[in-house]
Every structure is written in C-alpha cells, then in structure tokens.
Design a protein around this ligand. Sequence first.
Ligand SMILES: [Mn+2]
Length: 353
Amino acid sequence: MKRLEKLQAELVARGLDGFLVNNLTNIYYLTGFSGSNATLFVEPEAVTFFTDSRYTLAAKAILDPAIDFVETRAELAEVAGIVQDRGLKRIGFEPNVPYYYYQELTKRLADQELVAEASVVEGLRLIKDESEIAIIQEACKISDQAFIDALEFIKIGQTELEIATFLDFRMRELGASGLSFDSIVASGPNSAMPHAHPGQRQLEAGDTLTLDFGCVFQHYASDMTRTIYLDHVQDEQAALHQLVLDANQAVIAQATAGMLLTDFDQAARSLIDQAGYGPAFSHSIGHGMGLEVHEEPFFRAGSEDRLQSGMVVTDEPGIYLDGKYGLRIEDDLWIQEEGCQVLTKAPKELIII
Ligand SMILES: [Mn+2]
C-alpha cells in the first residue's frame, strides 16, 4: 500500500477527489496485479480495483485486502456510481486513454470536473526503491551474459536474424520472461540506422555489428547496446569506437543526482561535437528505464529537470554514417547521491571476432 499512499498524497496535493488509473503498467506498480484488463479508481481515502472474471482469482490472491475489489466489464458505470454516492467533484484521469473511452467518461461523469493529469504514477515510478534496483540488476545480468555467449556464437556468414534469435532464446534460457523490445542486430551498412530491423543480410569480414537488446525479468526491463567488428577493423572504425566509448564513459564519470538532464546529454555530445561528428549523433543520450524499457525521464533538449538519486537511465551515445556504418554503446546507470553505478557490465572495448 506504500505506493498507493504516495499516490493518495499526490491526489490531495493536486486537489483531486478521485483519479482513474488505466495504464496497466501503472496498475502493476501500484498493486502488483498484472493482466490485460484492469482499472483502478483511487480516492484520498479509498481504492477500488476493477477487472473481469478471467482475473478474479489472480487479483484476489495479490491485492492488498484494503483495496475494494469489483468484478465487472462495465467499470466506468461502477466508477460513476462511486462518484455519485460519495459526492466527488474533481476527477483526474490519465491523458493517454483512447478517445472512445474519454467520450464515455465525459458521458458518465457529465456533472464532474474531469482533469487530464499527466505523469502522476509515472512521477512516482521515476525513483526506484531497493527491491526494484535488485530486479533491474538481475535483468542486466541476463543481457550481459547473453552478449558474452553471443560472442562465442557469432560467425561470418550468419544472418542478422540468426543472431537476434540466439540473443532472444539465450535471455529466456537465463531466466528472462521475455524481451524488453525486438532485438536490434544491424550489420555493415544497416548499422547506420540506429533502430534497424534484423534481416537476412549475412555477416561479412570488415562489418560493424551493432547489438541492441534487453530482457524483461520480473516485469522490469534491461537495455544494452554493444558494437563489435568482424574479422578486422579499419582505422576509422577503431577511432570512432574509441570516441563513442569515451563519450559513454564521460557520462558515467559525471552522472550524479542534481545534474541537469541536458548536462548528462552534453557530457557525451560535447566530445562527439569536438571530434566533428555532432550531426552524426542523431538521437538523445538516453531515457529512463524500469517497468518500461522507455520511461521517464526523457532527455529532451531544453528540459530543466535534474537527475535524482534512485533513477535508472541509459547512456547510449552513437555515431551513424549514412551509407557506411554506425555504432552505439549503451549502458544502464543507477543514479546515486554521489555519482552512479553501471548496471550493465558486459565488455565494451573494441572487440573483433
Ligand atoms: Mn535504450
């Protein structure tokens, strides 16, 4: 109930009599329930959980007994009933609900003030507690090991899809329940596309090979990128690898609670800019990571937000040369009061196989 109590305090601070949670990841975070249908209605003094009959047993087994449980397929009618009974006036909802759902909400709660409130639960999820960090560390260990095993597996002549399949299967063998996103395996000229889809291209000597992948372990994600080289490297590849590694390490050296998100980005970008490759670093430095592989904080230009102790963020500088190749190195960082801890530990120096 601790997380729900924090949410309830947040509702009071925002002047809400009730708040409707539809995002299933947020519902998992607040209640421990996972399934494809659930709605949570949180009031400062009460919490009601709605799901359908498929999930009744699972929900009753996991929910805190202080949460009221309602089995229904018409949760907005039920919410409207609660709102009327208790005379609630100002109701918040998550702004990313489907439009048809919003329309029904406005019909059911026609006499209430409806307020779209962004980042309410996501704001709580920003700061990870010890149990969450322990799980994320395990997720990172699985991807570290899958990469180390992939170094033994990868051979010239294999297709990108074969390598992606190896990573996916290996992470599951190591205990992952799934992937945090479709693995990116990009070889040769395909590596110039930061988010290339693996295909039938066969690895050749001299290729750059970017592997960007992660797993889900106990609902939490990992996300790691390593770039390796096949058979041999040209001087430019080796120099760019060192540059991107230096940029990645500069972020690790400087990251700490209190740092502006824009300074975290600049720690890497300034090095790449100075070397003359600024325009080739075409995406932001990273993103928050937790129950979702991409979550707040997001490193947007012009942001005035700062890192906080307990955040987990990625550090993923890259350089992409259209028509030639690209490379990226990505780690997951746990931000501390003083400095940060690197959760992904797989080797990232120049590796030629
Ligand atoms: Mn990432």
